[in-house]
Write a protein that binds this ligand. Structure first.
Ligand code: 6OG
Length: 185
């Protein structure tokens, strides 16, 4: 009986490990940095790749050996040609897509001051927008929900599930969502 118990525990553990490994493989950690100088915000038109044709903050994948914050600063440098000095985490949102095991864990940062002049890159065309004129219709459909919290200086956590992966020609619909304010992460 004892042996059976031990074996069971062992096989349960390895099944759990396998499940966790699968989750880790499918999870991508991404950054998204929004430059906010009240009452204006700097967005970029994504020129190619995932989310092309939409305005968004600047960001991308966290590379091996760098922290999430380091990745956020690097991505703004590469995509908008500016050097942000201090960034503050505003939110973490998990994105999933129907019939797709991928989980995008996006860390959203607020940044006020920077050095240099926003410059168009291969990936992004930067442009300032007044906060009353954010082009939500040409953005990911989750943005209209969390931008108000971002502008109010709130911290938030959330998850959005889309009906299918989105291309510029197809506006993905949100089929499930959750968004809450948090004290800290
Ligand atoms: P690259 O794949 O180009 O980075 N991102 C999203 N942003 C919003 N607002 N909504 C989404 O809903 C998003 N999915 C990804 C994270 C992709 C960039 O786009 C952001 C990154 O900044 C699905 O390396």
């Amino acid at each position: 009986m004892i042996h059976v118990g031990v074996d069971l525990a062992r096989s349960t553990k390895s099944a759990m490990e396998r499940e966790n490994n699968k989750k880790a493989i499918n999870r991508k950690i991404l950054t998204l940095c929004v430059i906010y100088q009240r009452p204006r915000v700097l967005l970029g038109m994504k020129k190619k790749g995932f989310g092309a044709g939409r305005w968004n903050g600047f960001g991308g994948k966290v590379e091996e050996g760098e922290s999430i914050e380091e990745a956020a600063v690097r991505e703004v440098r590469e995509e908008a040609g500016i050097e942000v000095s201090s960034i503050r985490k505003a939110g973490i949102i998990e994105f999933t897509f129907e019939n797709d095991p991928k989980v995008l864990e996006v860390h959203i940062f607020k940044c006020g001051s920077f050095m240099g002049e926003p410059t168009e890159s291969e990936e992004m065309r930067p442009q300032w927008f007044h906060i009353d004129e954010i082009p939500f219709k040409e953005m990911w459909s989750d943005d209209i929900y969390w931008f108000p919290l971002f502008f109010k200086g709130k911290r938030f956590k959330g998850r959005f599930r889309f009906d299918k992966p989105s291309t510029a020609e197809y506006a993905a619909k949100i089929i499930e969502s959750e968004l809450i304010e948090v004290e800290d992460f």
